[in-house]
Design a protein around this ligand. Sequence first.
Ligand code: PEP
Ligand code: MG
Length: 850
Amino acid sequence: MADRIRAGEAKTIQLAAPISGYALDLESVPDPVFSQKMVGDGVSVDPTTATLRAPVDGKIVQLHPSNHAVTLETAEGIEVLMHIGLDTVELRGKGFSPNVRLGDRVKAGDVLIEFDIDFVALHAKSLLTQMVVTNGDRVAEYIQQSGMVESGRDTVLELVLTEPANAAETTGGEVVISEPIVVPNPSGLHARPAAVLVNLAKKYRSNIQLLRGDDRANARSVVALMGLQIAHGDRITLNADGPDAKDAILALTAAIRSGLGEAGASPAPASIAQSDLKSPPPQPKSSDPNLIMGVAASSGLAVGKTFRVCEQTLNVDEQGESPARERRKLEDAIAAAALEVESLRAKVHAQGNPGKAAIFAAHQEILDDPDLLDTATSAIDKGKSAAFAWQQTYSAQAERLSQLSNELLAQRANDIRDVGQRVLRILTGVEAIAVKYPTNTILLAEDLTPSDMANLDRDRVVGFCTLAGGSTSHVAILARSMGIPALAGAEARVMDLADGTPVILNGTQGTLRLNASEAELERTQLRIARQKSMRAAELQTAFEPAITQDGHPVEVAANIGSLKDAEEAVALGAEGVGLLRTEFAFMERPQAPTEDEQTGIYRGIAEVLGPDKPAIIRTLDVGGDKPLPYLPMPHEENPFLGERGIRFGFDQPELQRTQLRAILRASTKGKLRVMFPMIGRIEELRMAKAMLEEERQRLDVPPVEIGIMLEVPSAAIMAERLAKEVDFFSVGTNDLTQYTLAMDRGHPKLAPCLDGLHPAVLGLIDLAVRGASQHGIWVGVCGGIGSDPQAVPILIGLGIKELSVSVSTIPSIKAQVRSLDLARCRDLAERALTLETASEVRNLVPLEGD
Ligand code: PEP
Ligand code: MG
């Protein structure tokens, strides 16, 4: 299309309709990103054809990997983005065939993209196709046509240009770099989130760049951002240079982390190491024909006979009656399904497990999801039956989720299928088949849904094994809470087993044994019976103190993250709280809890524990693998060695002081102690104590006991000198092990070698206990090995006085302590210190049943 010079010398560009159809205002587009012109100003066309053409001569500067959006740049530098349909990024390219490549030069009217109009109409929110100018600071006026237009022939938009806008200010400010941000949006930074980001960036005067590795883009340019093709899980950083750089980084980091307003965005994984696991974990495979391997999903042993569960096939007609009737049918079915889910939720809640009930609350949310309903409704409007439209919609959604590299999200696909199938059954009028399982059944299934699980006959089903899923699936969570041993991700050959095959399922090791001898079956039965009666006895004695056979008391306390955990711990016999990870109260929220909110939490915990049981409140331990979305953390090459734990508290003194005041205010309600994390140098301890003392004097409350986490090797080595200045030590073996062995605790490959029973770690604990005893202070352990039955006798032998353990293990650890003899534990510890490897140490303490 030719340019022309207008009277008044303003230059204009005419853009032809990119697609034939009915042109309308952007304001009419049912998507705020376009209707509020967040991407830019322009026009929308409701297409009658399936060919997108160039509206003007130019160069292709961006083609989205999903091929639903393309940008060309005119000779004047105007960027024209064309976006076919709404939410079409989610189609992942299906139905779109591009005719151009990045960098191609095109003439007005050339075909850019062809698409399957029926497929897109059925699967996308809308076919409305937008043409917008993304660098609108170059345009003074938009003159838009509406009504029927033909692509390549009719002008649909005329642009009156201005001089280029001023660039961002880069003078008079500082350069601020964000910490790494993991992109949570399932479809990456496509047009919608990119537009939101650009609009936010434009509020600041600084020059802001978005970086991924060596690639970078101006955060004020939608096209540049989309050009980077940032995908879900990509790790990016922001770099701002200018007078308001710090504020900009703070706001943009928080906005990206929260998904830039996109509903399906999952929170960025807490650990970046985890998000790097793009490929699925390798499938375990056994070379023994009698041993099938899988992932340990729920621990325990079961002996039984296999029974294969087959999915019910539901036949649906594709064509429906009138759209109004089909819409009504769908709404009624969803409402009926909601009632069913509610009664399941109530049923599991009544069984005393709120965790399980939460899974059905999540199902309730899926039923309420407006996107699912909208997509199904638009298919109904095109003549499909409610059942067909619903089946297509939920299956596509589940399929999309299951493709994601985020394991947690991928496993939620099963929940969508579960809910989807429930609605479909109601729509087709097919009753769920109620199978009567034989006694001692081990269920085999491609996958089980939470609904299948809630309806399991617990008296007959003793275990199950699925091809799908992993240890984080809802089914695995349910199995654990129901105490049913389970194996997930099993080798496919498991489905070849004939019903009634005798097997031994080991949910702790993640194996299924076939062709076991009679003697082996019998031995396993005996072990199961013994373990069952042991668990029952442990629960019965949970409130008795943990005193060794030779009269040595060991305090068994709980590691908690919330008031609810404290209640559970007390109900299971905890003698106190050895570690409150206060950071949980700071996470998953838009800003830090206020002093009053924190005081309320700590007071609540003190009240649950009563006047005699102590609670150790650890001050905020963020940084490393625990970022806080609303606080700027500097970019760190080695975050575990950077501003983590107490060091972060010094960097944000007001945050630290607010927390200290909250703990001190709550301390009048119970026996609260303060513990500082990541102390590596004595100066750090002194600074932290000085802050606490200043706040205490201001509040005029009595002193509290002070301790430190022993989790940095230097602190263990300096324990004797540190012991003079505190009331207790608590060994954080998770970190002490990572720092001693120089292995990232979140590293997927190194995980098997990261064992807190390594003699080097035990040597440091020994040193710490000796140092502490010189000044008469006690040492506890709150790291993971405190809950490990193989570590317990060794830790007690080393002189540990308190074990702070995960809540569910309290009764069994207390029972174990009662079975031990201090003299023998000392002997074990002495021998452990002389060994060379962690596995040699483990061999010293065989596990029950090994
Ligand atoms: C530890 O490091 O062992 C510990 C208990 O603290 P966290 O796991 O919270 O870092
Ligand atoms: Mg730690």
